[in-house]
Design a protein. Structure first.
Length: 351
């Protein structure tokens, strides 16, 4: 008996390719089947229904693809399906958060809300606004940036351009440690030093000191990575022309990486804008406008949200949601600005 007679007959479907709309068809069928299974089992949670549909989508994609296209292509489609499921699992809570905040925040978010403080408005009464909190946030974040940006950028320049030996390794180690410091620890450190030992009292500047501790390692790390991306040939060419090293850094290295450095700084600012623990310990909060960050308690947006939710009345809840929407919008603007600067400063390649 010949070898051809003994070998199994290969399916004519092997090597075929599924149409482009196959994934959408499987997704629609999985959603419908998942909803039916949830209804039959008496499950009322949308999360349970979505998880069942996700499992059916992955299994269905693999089963049909393995039957038609073969095992290798089926495994590829399974990996792609898992990536899409993971993406949706990550995006869905974010989208739900943004939708919920926007839906509840727009009730009282208007020009009056942005230009007035709580002043003489009680927490249980309608009215009032976030002007004092918005002013405090801008001042505190601005002071923290003035402290952190020079320190972080100069530290990164030292580590990349000059750092050698034990000192550089020690600085790198402490930067890594500071990156993982919880915000409450930074607040307690400034509280013990600034308020308890130096007797300076609560103020917006005290909160800025704690925020700068959280911001410095982010600036150092982002700036360090951007400086490392600058080709060494540019440094060597400048030094070969007799230009001093400090001038090479100032005129060649920094301009080449300035887009990435600014992006990292703006992302660091966005990271500290929503911090609450240092503000709670060091700034305390007030219902009145305090434009002096160096004296007396001052309000901030995270603190305002926390206090309004704690008030427990419907008008306070509305103000808290509106303040949360304002804070999210502020951080989104910073992130979009960082992306815009990165694209603007990116090297242009001609054709």
């Amino acid at each position: 008996m010949s070898h051809a007679t003994l070998s199994p007959k290969r399916s004519s479907l092997r090597g075929a390719t599924l149409p482009k709309w196959f994934a959408w068809a499987v997704a629609a069928g999985s959603l419908a089947l998942g909803y039916g299974i949830s209804a039959a089992a008496g499950l009322h949670s949308d999360i349970q229904w979505a998880l069942i549909a996700a499992v059916l989508f992955v299994v269905g994609s693999y089963a049909v693809s393995a039957k038609v296209e073969g095992g290798r292509q089926a495994r590829d489609r399974t990996a792609t399906s898992l990536v899409w499921v993971a993406f949706l699992l990550a995006v869905t809570p974010l989208a739900s958060l943004l939708w919920e905040t926007a839906e509840r925040g727009v009730k009282v978010l208007d020009g009056y809300f942005l230009t007035h403080s709580m002043g003489v408005v009680a927490d249980a009464e309608p009215g009032g606004g976030i002007y004092h909190a918005l002013l405090g946030t801008l001042e505190q974040v601005g002071l923290a940036s003035l402290i952190s940006v020079p320190v972080g950028v100069l530290t990164a320049i030292y580590l990349v351009e000059y750092g050698r030996g034990k000192l550089a390794r020690a600085v790198t180690f402490f930067v890594d440690v500071m990156t993982g410091i919880p915000s409450i620890v930074a607040g307690l450190f400034i509280l013990s030093l600034w308020v308890l030992i130096l007797k300076m009292g609560p103020s917006g500047f005290a909160g800025s000191l704690a925020l700068s501790i959280l911001m410095i390692p982010v600036v150092v790390r982002s700036t360090e990575e951007m400086l490392k991306l600058v080709p060494n040939e540019l440094r060597e060419a400048s030094l070969a022309l007799g230009v001093p090293k400090w001038r090479t850094i100032l005129k060649v290295v920094l301009p080449t990486s300035i887009g990435g450095i600014i992006t990292g700084i703006m992302l660091a600012i966005a990271r500290i804008t929503g911090e609450t623990a240092p503000v709670l310990l060091l700034v305390w909060g007030t219902d009145f406008i305090n434009a002096n960050p160096f004296q007396d308690p001052q309000e901030s947006l995270p603190m305002y949200i926390y206090l309004q939710f704690g008030a427990g009345s419907d008008p306070a809840y509305d103000r808290a949601w509106a303040a949360a929407l304002t804070l999210i919008a502020f951080i989104m603007i910073l992130n979009l600005a960082a992306r815009g600067i990165a694209r603007w400063k990116a090297p242009k390649t001609g054709r």
